[in-house]
Design a binder for this molecule. Structure first.
Ligand code: HEC
Length: 125
């Protein structure tokens, strides 16, 4: 129910997938250095010290909407073709992908929703 409350608070209650988004799962995903690597590049409120290759995600809710953050996580190249941030929901235009991973996105849409729900729920430390 906590996840549902987060979804309602963000005004996205109409979206069934969003209603199931879990900030707890999102937190765990953000912390995975191998699978997501988010903390390698970002300082994220409520998580242990992160990297500085990307901007801090502190205050994200003031400068972006959940939908915008989701788009950026899905494929940051849409906003900045030169970005070093990996596309988490796209397999287009990738090179040197190991055979076992070809055609697969790094994350599932549900996992991205979980991450966004954490980022927009997290309070300043
Ligand atoms: C290799 C470094 C790197 C990794 C890994 C990375 N990012 Fe980023 N991220 C960036 C950079 C650099 C930017 C700045 C904008 C750009 O280059 O597109 C950015 C921008 C963002 C933004 C927009 C920030 C703002 O101020 O509006 C969000 C949200 C974001 N990243 C979330 C994530 C999440 C969530 C993950 C993990 C799933 C992640 N990033 C992984 C480097 C990274």
């Amino acid at each position: 129910m906590k996840a549902l409350a987060a979804g309602l608070a963000l005004g996205l209650a109409g979206c069934a997938a969003w209603a199931q988004a879990s900030p707890e799962r999102g937190r765990a995903l953000l912390l995975q250095r191998q699978d997501t690597g988010c903390v390698l590049c970002h300082q994220i409120p409520g998580l242990p010290a992160g990297g500085a290759l990307g901007p801090t995600l502190q205050g994200l809710a003031e400068r972006s909407t959940p939908a915008q953050a989701r788009e950026r996580i899905a494929d940051a190249r849409r906003f900045n073709p030169q970005t070093i941030m990996p596309p988490y929901l796209s397999t287009e235009g990738l090179h040197h992908v190991a055979a076992a991973y070809r055609g697969q996105t790094v994350l599932t849409p549900q996992a991205v929703d979980d991450i966004v729900s954490y980022l927009f729920e997290a309070k300043a430390p």
